[in-house]
Design a protein around this ligand. Structure first.
Ligand code: SF4
Ligand code: SF4
Length: 402
């Protein structure tokens, strides 16, 4: 579809977002995937699932508006991802509500369900995996969505081979498939991704992987090889954290998000970008990006310059090298993610919940005269923790009035 047509469509859609939601959607073709009046976005195949996914998918971590979900759907986006830990399950409710009334076979829905007892820092289970507890959690997701099944249950924070291949985890996911609660399974990986991709691919069990991937990615060559390995094995690979934020630093210096997303899609092994969109403007910009994936010299220059001048910006590579260095045993990679959500995305709710996940109370760094942590990205770890720790002083119920 030509840029203008799509924009016209989007504009009309925006003008009548709520009306569009009430309009009956008519099946147009025998494919079961095409609906009249809805633009068709460029697609790639998501591995052995055979799903032709638009290059742009919707990540709902910051969503608080069902209208935006409906508008995205009516703009051609068909794949939506959530996670039980986004807004403590609230995002799954909002997403389910946003998709309510649309033909179930016209969209693809996935969510990440963490397992009790997984140490997200080490990627290892600290207690034996409980099959029934996991299935119960997955069922709770379905209740929040108000759906009888999803298309993907993803196992998040996947990094270690022994965890990914844990027999009871595989049994639980298999059982969910047998019960018709999910069509496919996958992993989501924030760090240790090369090992995770290889293990998931070798298992022959997992259908897709959602991975952090952006122009600031460290060890790109090795990661690209792992992505290729996974796709050759039949897995579909989708990318998250694709812009590594909207702002490059705390001052509010903006990232060229369009260029950053295009950069991701230059890798044809990436089936789709899972973009955490929170506004119509963002949606519109991301859709416009799909009209021409070729990167201009200016875009390449901007990303290159940004990478050299401010190599990592707010983006923590989740390399975990800092972990053994902190005598207070702080979950620094998770706290740094919270910092990025706060300043890079201005998503205070997500930042707050991520800090809660890290178990951060008060400012533990205030007890250290000197910080011995040397971050591989050169972050002032103590400064960033001292800054972001203030967010936890906000009571949880206030978050929803921000
Ligand atoms: S060493 Fe730095 S980049 Fe690596 S996980 Fe720790 S804070 Fe993040
Ligand atoms: S200042 Fe903070 S990060 Fe550094 S060693 Fe102390 S508690 Fe750990």
């Amino acid at each position: 579809m030509k840029k203008n047509n799509r924009r016209d469509f989007l504009r009309k859609s925006l003008l009548g977002a709520s009306a569009a939601a009430l309009m009956p959607v008519t099946l147009r073709s025998k494919s079961g995937n095409n609906f009249s009046g809805i633009p068709e976005l460029p697609t790639r195949v998501m591995g052995r699932t055979g799903i032709r996914t638009p290059l742009l998918s919707f990540g709902t971590s910051g969503i608080n508006d069902t209208g935006l979900i409906k508008t995205a759907y009516h703009s051609g986006i068909k794949v939506f991802f959530s996670a039980t830990y986004y807004g403590e399950g609230n995002n799954e409710r909002i997403l389910g509500e946003g998709l309510r009334g649309l033909p179930r076979d016209s969209f693809i829905l996935g969510t990440a369900v963490p397992a009790d007892g997984l140490n997200t820092r080490s990627g290892l289970f600290t207690t034996p995996f409980d099959i029934n507890a996991y299935i119960k959690k997955a069922n709770a997701c379905l209740s929040r969505f108000g759906m009888d099944h999803v298309d993907f249950f993803l196992f998040p924070y996947a990094s270690k081979k022994e965890t990914i291949l844990n027999k009871n985890l595989l049994k639980a996911l298999e059982e969910l498939k047998i019960q018709g609660k999910t069509r496919f399974t996958g992993i989501a990986s924030h760090g240790g991704t090369e090992e995770a991709l290889k293990a998931a691919a070798d298992s022959g069990f997992y259908d897709i992987a959602m991975i952090s991937y952006n122009y600031k990615t460290a060890n790109k060559e090795a990661l690209d090889k792992a992505i290729e390995y996974a796709t050759k094995s039949g897995m579909g690979v989708v990318a998250m954290k694709t812009a590594s934020g909207v702002y490059n630093d705390k001052s509010g210096a903006a990232i060229n998000v369009t260029a950053a997303l295009k950069w991701v899609l230059q890798n044809e092994n990436i089936a789709s970008i899972v973009s955490g969109m929170t506004s119509i403007e963002q949606l519109q910009k991301n859709l416009a990006m799909l009209d021409n994936l070729k990167m201009t010299d200016q875009e390449k220059k901007e990303l290159g310059t940004a990478a050299i001048e401010n190599k990592f910006g707010l983006y923590c590579r989740q390399c975990s090298e800092c972990l053994p260095q902190c005598p207070h045993n702080l979950d620094i990679p998770t706290i740094m993610r919270s910092y990025m959500y706060a300043y890079g995305y201005r998503d205070m709710k997500k930042a707050w919940y991520t800090l809660a996940d890290a178990g951060l109370e008060g400012n533990p760094c205030s007890n250290c005269d000197i910080c011995n942590v040397r971050c591989s990205a050169g972050f002032d770890v103590k400064g960033k923790i001292s800054d972001i720790s203030r967010l936890r002083n906000i009571p949880e119920d206030f978050l929803y009035s921000i």
